[in-house]
Design a protein around this ligand. Structure first.
Ligand SMILES: NC(=O)c1ccc[n+]([C@@H]2O[C@H](COP(=O)([O-])OP(=O)(O)OC[C@H]3O[C@@H](n4cnc5c(N)ncnc54)[C@H](O)[C@@H]3O)[C@@H](O)[C@H]2O)c1
Length: 352
């Protein structure tokens, strides 16, 4: 069999992580790259030795040899580029969030069904060793019935600016950027329940504060200080399996330090996956904490991407079942839409 030929749409920072995956696979060749910035796509092509460059993805999609694409552009490009690629007969790995909202995500799912091609959503954290280990523990019934979960991804001062803080291009702030990973992990680990209701608040009190000194800041590639998205948000999300999730996130908040946490509470045991992996249970009338030994590099950012890309190619080349189908991205967009709607209206949003 020949190599799987790939095109990249969007050659900013995260496309390098996709390349970390593709370049490790012997049965893959990245043959084209596209970015609206000609300078950036040329530089990218030079770094990775990619023979064809484009500034319009519709032109790139005319290359019949391309079998699959990575969509690694701004969030507002995910739906139009993925749909165009699917209609051109290409498989698609689309970065998270799947789209700006559930309506767009629904159109993407439909386009995938019509084309018969794979539309995979980039929930890369599902491929971390910690997620794989905890999912195995949960699937074996060790936690029992999971009725409550808590997850948070909180930054003290981390609004990247540029397209990230421009709602038209991003769809929102930390909820849609960081929240998709955390809420997806909880859903994925607990058996993909469907959302039934959401109550949320989002806050817009802090802004970018570019004048703050003395800290290291991550700025987006095309940095600007335009900012019309939330600084932080908190939400209570209920699912059809009876589980309730408390979720909070921030890009900017007056807090001591950044914090990442993810906890699941079952009637047989509880589990913490972040910031470290621990299990809590009652064994022979004593409370017991335990800790599986995991490869310290097995859940790194790069590792997760390498595994994700490997899986995408296995789906194409070996017919493996896609672990991250677009339907999961759509379910997440329903939750994100409901968080923003509840925050805006001040009322609970019921989803059927
Ligand atoms: N899975 C993860 O953990 C993770 C991490 C970071 C970013 N992301 C996602 O990856 C995507 C890109 O983020 P980034 O940090 O690389 O941003 P970035 O700004 O560094 O890169 C985005 C690139 O897309 C290009 N672009 C915009 N419109 C385009 C179009 N019509 N055609 C082709 N290229 C276009 C921009 O010029 C830019 O070079 C976002 O959707 C983001 O949410 C995912």
């Amino acid at each position: 069999m020949g190599k799987v030929k790939i095109g990249i749409i969007g050659t900013g920072s995260i496309s390098n992580m996709h390349m970390a995956g593709y370049t490790r696979l012997k049965n893959v060749e990245v043959v084209a790259a596209c970015d609206i910035s000609e300078e950036r796509v040329k530089e990218f092509a030079k770094t990775y030795n990619i023979p064809n460059t484009f500034t319009d993805y519709n032109e790139m999609l005319k290359m019949t040899e391309i079998e699959a694409v990575s969509v690694t552009a701004w969030n507002n490009i995910h739906a139009p580029a993925s749909i165009a690629a699917l209609n051109a007969g290409k498989h698609v790995l689309c970065e998270k969030p799947l789209a700006l909202n559930a309506a767009q995500a629904g159109e993407m799912v439909e386009a995938a069904k019509k084309s018969g091609k794979i539309l995979m959503v980039g929930f890369c954290r599902r491929f971390g060793d910690n997620t794989v280990a905890l999912k195995n523990i949960i699937d074996n019934g060790d936690l029992g019935n999971i009725y409550y979960a808590k997850a948070g991804c909180l930054r003290r001062w981390g609004n990247p600016g540029g397209w990230f803080s421009d709602k038209q291009r991003s769809g929102g702030g930390p909820v849609i950027d960081l929240g998709v990973h955390m809420i997806d992990l909880i859903r994925y680990l607990s058996g993909k329940p469907k959302v039934v209701s959401v109550t949320a608040s989002a806050f817009h009190h802090m802004g970018m504060k570019p004048e703050v000194k003395g800290i290291q800041k991550y700025n987006s590639a095309d940095y600007s200080e335009y900012n019309d998205v939330e600084d932080c948000a908190a939400s209570l999300i209920k699912f059809d399996n009876g589980m309730t999730l408390f979720f909070e996130t921030s890009w900017v908040q007056n807090r001591k330090e950044d914090r990442l946490y993810l906890e699941l509470f079952g009637d047989k045991a509880g589990a913490k996956m972040e910031p470290e992996f621990e299990l809590y249970e009652n064994k022979y009338d004593y409370l017991r904490d335990s800790k599986p030994l995991l490869d310290p590099n097995g859940s790194s950012f790069e590792h997760n991407f390498i595994q994700e890309i490997k899986h995408f190619i296995s789906c194409i080349a070996d017919g493996e079942e896609c672990l991250n189908p677009a339907e999961d991205g759509l379910e997440l967009m329903k939750i994100i839409d409901a968080i923003y709607k509840s925050a805006e209206t001040g009322h609970e949003v019921i989803i059927n």
